[in-house]
Structure formats: C-alpha cells, structure tokens
Design a protein around this ligand. Structure first.
Ligand code: G4P
Length: 538
C-alpha cells in the first residue's frame, strides 16, 4: 500500500524539534525518583499538587488487575511517559522502571532517551543500580546530568561525591550549583550561573513550589544569614571551583564526558527549578539517529520511529498490549499508515495514545523526541522500525547482560505446544531472554533476566494467556558474557573452569559465571577471548 507523508512544513517540524527535550532518570531505589518526578511535573503545571504521582500509583493498585501479580507483590509494573511543558519547552520524561520491577525495560528505555538525569542520594553517593544504568548510558554516550538529592538530611562531603563520579565513572564534573551545609545545617545552594544564593527554607513536605529567597553573592546580608563557619568554608570551596575546576564544555556534556552537577532536596522542592532551567539550557535536543540509510535527522520530512518497549495488559479491562514508539523523524499523525520494516507491510496507526501521569489521552500528533503508545496487538517487537517514504531500519536495541537464570520446566507433556508457543512469543515480545544449554541433552529453555520480576511475569502470563503451569529451577549464575568471534573463538581457548556455556536464541555462545570474580579470572587467563556485556544486535 502506498503511504503518503502528512503535510508538515519544515519550519513547524524544525520548531517542534528545537523545543523538545527528552530524558530518563537513572537512580537506585529510594534516591527520590518519584519525588523528583512529581516536583518536575509540578513546575510543568502537569499536576497541581505534589503527591499525585504516588497517589495515582496507589489508586492503580486499587483499580487495576494487571496484574493480580501486581497486587500480590504490592508493586507497580506499569510505567508511563510523562510529557509536560515548561517555559517554551515540551519535555518528555521517560519513566524507567526501577525498584523490584527492574527489568530489561529499564535499559531499553534508555535507548529512547536523549539525556539522562543521574539522581543520587547525597548521603549514599553511587549505588549499584545507578552504576548499571550508567553503563548503558555510556554505551550510548548519553549526556548525563547529576542531581544530588536529600541535602536536607545529613550528606557526604560534596567534594568527595564529585570525586567518586570522576574516579569511578570516569566522568568529568561541572558544578552548576553548590550546597552550603547539609542536614539540619543545610543553608541553601549557590547558583554559579547567576552568582546568586538560594536560601533554603523548609516547607511542610514541599507540597507547594517553595518560595525562594535569592541573594546576590556580593550582598552583605549573606554573612549575616549564613552560619559563619559554613560561609567561610563555602568561600574557599567556591574559589576552588572557580579557579581550579574546568570550564563548562557543552560539547563534552553532549558526548557524555562531562556531567553538570546540581544539589538539592526534591522533597522540600529545593533546587528543582534551578536544575530544570539549567537542564533545559544544556540538554541535547532530539538529534539524528543511525539507520540503514545513514543518519536520519529529526527534521527529515518523512515520519519514522522505533519500538523500544512493549507492555502487555496495562489495562485489564482492555487486555491490550501497547508498543511504545520513539518518534525519530517527521510528524506523527493519528490514523497514519506507515510501513513496518520487519514485516514488510503497511500498518494503520489508529489508536495512538499519549501516556500521562493523569491517565491515557488519545493523541493526534507527535514530533521527534516524543513517545507514542500504539495498540496493535501482535504487530510489533522490540526494535521494530516504522516509517514513511524510503525504506529504513533503525539500529536494533541490544540484549543486555542478564543476571538471573533458571530452567523453565513444563511438567505437563500434553501442554507441550502451548508451552513452546508461549515461550517463543514472550521472547519475541522481549519479556525475557531465552537461552539453551550447549549440552543438547538438556532441552528445557533457560530464562535469563535482569530482574526477578521478569520470571514472575513470564510464569504468570504463561498461565493466564497460554494456560500452562510452569516450574522454575534456578541456576547459580549471575554474570553473562557473549563471546565475540562466536563458537570458533570459544573452541580455540579450550576448556574453561567455573563457567557454563549456553547459547542464546540466535545460537550464539554465551558464557555464564557465578560471579564477576570468576568472569575476570577467565578474562585474565585468556586475554585472547573477547567477551561482551551486550549481545550483538541482530
Ligand atoms: P524512589 O522513587 O527513587 O524510590 O524514591 P521516592 O521518591 O519514593 O523517595 C524515597 C523516600 O525518600 C521517600 O520517603 C521520600 O519522601 C524521601 N525523599 C525523597 N526526596 C527527599 C529529599 O530531598 N529529602 C528527604 N529528607 N527525603 C526525601 P518515604 O518515607 O519512603 O516515603 P514518604 O512517606 O515520604 O512518601
């Protein structure tokens, strides 16, 4: 079927791209992601009272039954893309599932993001989940903005926090605002852009946007308002930052090599607006994406996008399946007919949805940097490209290194067919990775996941959608590496100790190790063996 481009002037498209910014928050559970999200939405006017995001979560527990699992576990599996406006910008916040619902989706979301905000608890610094997500950001060279949260509580020395990022992540820091004191003695932050102090005032849980007292650096009141010793310490630190620290280099920021750093307290709504304003000035707008046709600029007149996430049964009343598409070029319009690159056929995008804090809204148009939710059951898989005009495919989304492994057993032979159909479909959908033992006598599929929840979802869906009860036999491995060079390279090194060899769904060899230490040992013993944390994209 022929497809036609909607009439969109290049000027409208260029303006839409210019005003769009898209980001995901990477953090460890409890650092304050929900709280920060809420406060950002508050500034964007998308919600009127902080607490709405959490309240909506709670409400979802009460009203939805995707899944019973969600209720059994008391967690939220579903996640949303939040769009809000601030000043002249349209901002898309891609919510990365975190917490117990950590899964490969968390990583995939980063494939659709143009920027990442690394949120850290200032008392804790870098934590494991943040490090893992950071690695994915680094693979994509995403610009990273660092926000140290909970400054109203006792915190680590800020210079030490910076040092940790520089030393452990190899990321240069550029301080945009600097804290004075912490915990009970938190006095506020100094905005280096405008050379002004923002004095911290506690409000009741920051439920409203906090009134901000701003004082210029040269104002004599500062000495009276701040604790003397903290003021002198601050002056020394500021001198250090101004004289020794490197200048802001936006090119390096955009290449993911330098991170602008902010301090604040999301709960009391302090430092959030300062952060948002600087973020919008420094963040990358939607840019070109690599495809089989070369780099496609967002302002290309033909619509194109790719699926980065599938979500089943978000709304139990509809039993639907939503494909999340990141718009890469052109303008999306409701009822548009597009080409599906993998299937080589055309698809009408008839029920697009914008997923929003307050619920779903139907969507009439979208631009590069936006995310749309498509409701076409079965048509889409992770990484699929849809386009108008000349055929193209975007680079696929890699499989990320799983950390949990278990044989999936079907104890009932009469359910053989459903079992295999279910496993195949759930794999294609990206719910879990499937591997097989290299030992042909062991034929049960191995589920490989980054989060425990993925196992539960697979078992639950096999039961409810395919009517198959399954059993899991966990395997004692926690690290997986793909072998560059395939079976040949693996055979060349001979027998490996403390290692299991399995193959992924494409028959490629994957080594499983009990822990990082075992993996490093093998790498040291066999420097000729090149191992990689992500699977080559097929
Ligand atoms: P998450 O989504 O990253 O897991 O974190 P979330 O926002 O749920 O925050 C985790 C806890 O940390 C919450 O407390 C939240 O109120 C608190 N918090 C977030 N930001 C700040 C901050 O800037 N300062 C302080 N002092 N606390 C902060 P909770 O007791 O688990 O929940 P709640 O009863 O406060 O809602």
């Amino acid at each position: 079927m022929a497809t036609s481009s909607p009439a969109v002037s290049s000027q409208t498209l260029a303006e839409a791209v210019e005003e769009r910014r898209n980001f995901a928050i990477i953090s460890h559970p409890d650092a304050g992601k929900t709280t920060l999200t809420e406060k950002l939405l508050l500034y964007g006017g998308a919600i009127h009272e902080a607490g709405a995001v959490k309240a909506r979560r709670a409400q979802r527990h009460a009203t939805s039954d995707w899944m019973e699992l969600e209720q059994q576990r008391g967690i939220s599996i579903t996640s949303t893309v939040l769009q809000f406006d601030y000043n002249d910008y349209t901002i898309n916040l891609l919510d990365t599932p975190g917490h117990q619902d950590f899964s490969e989706d968390t990583y995939r979301t980063l494939a659709a993001a143009d920027n990442a905000v690394m949120l850290e608890d200032a008392a804790k610094g870098l934590e494991p989940q943040t490090r893992k997500l950071f690695e994915v950001c680094r693979m994509r060279s995403l610009p990273i903005f660092t926000f140290f949260n909970k400054m109203d509580r006792p915190a680590r020395d800020p210079l030490e926090l910076l040092d940790e990022i520089e030393q452990e992540l190899g990321l240069q820091t550029y301080v945009v605002n600097w804290p004075v004191g912490a915990g009970d003695r938190f006095q506020g932050v100094f905005d280096r852009r405008r050379r002004q102090f923002h004095l911290f005032q506690r409000t009741a849980h920051g439920s409203k946007a906090a009134a901000d007292t701003v004082i210029d650096l040269g104002d004599p009141r500062i000495e009276e308002l701040l604790d003397q010793d903290l003021y002198y310490q601050f002056k020394e630190e500021l001198e250090l930052l101004d004289e020794v620290a490197p200048e802001l280099d936006l090119e390096r920021v955009h290449a993911g090599k330098m991170t602008p750093v902010f301090f604040g307290s999301a709960m009391t709504n302090f430092g959030v607006e300062l952060f948002l304003e600087a973020f919008l000035d420094y963040a990358l707008k939607p840019g070109p994406r690599r495809s089989t046709l070369g780099d496609v600029p967002p302002t290309h007149e033909d619509f194109s996008g790719f699926v980065f996430k599938l979500q089943a049964n978000m709304d139990a009343r509809h039993r639907d399946r939503i494909a999340f598409v990141r718009v890469c070029s052109g303008k999306f319009e409701k009822d548009m007919v597009v080409n599906h690159a993998r299937l080589g056929k055309s698809v009408r995008l008839s029920h697009p949805q914008k997923l929003f804090a307050q619920g779903r809204k139907s969507l009439d148009e979208a631009y590069p940097g936006d995310v749309i939710g498509l409701n076409n059951p079965g048509a889409f898989a992770i990484g699929d490209t849809i386009y108008q005009g000349k055929k193209l495919e975007y680079e696929g989304i890699p499989c990320f290194s799983p950390e949990l492994f278990a044989y999936l057993k079907n104890p009932n032979p009469s359910k053989f067919k459903q079992f295999h159909k279910g496993v195949k479909e759930l794999r294609e959908e990206g719910a879990v990775q499937i591997m097989f033992s290299a030992d042909e006598s062991k034929r049960d599929p191995i589920l490989a996941a980054v989060g425990q929840l993925q196992f539960e979802v697979v078992q639950f869906r096999l039961q409810t959608e395919y009517n198959v009860e399954t059993r899991l036999d966990p395997l004692p491995y926690s690290v997986a590496r793909w072998v560059d060079g395939g079976w040949e390279a693996l055979e060349a090194v001979g027998r490996l100790f403390n290692t299991a060899t399995v193959k992924d769904s494409w028959g490629r060899p994957v080594l499983l190790f009990r822990n990082e230490w075992n993996c490093q040992q093998v790498e040291m013993d066999h420097p000729e063996l090149k191992l990689s944390k992500t699977a080559p994209v097929v």
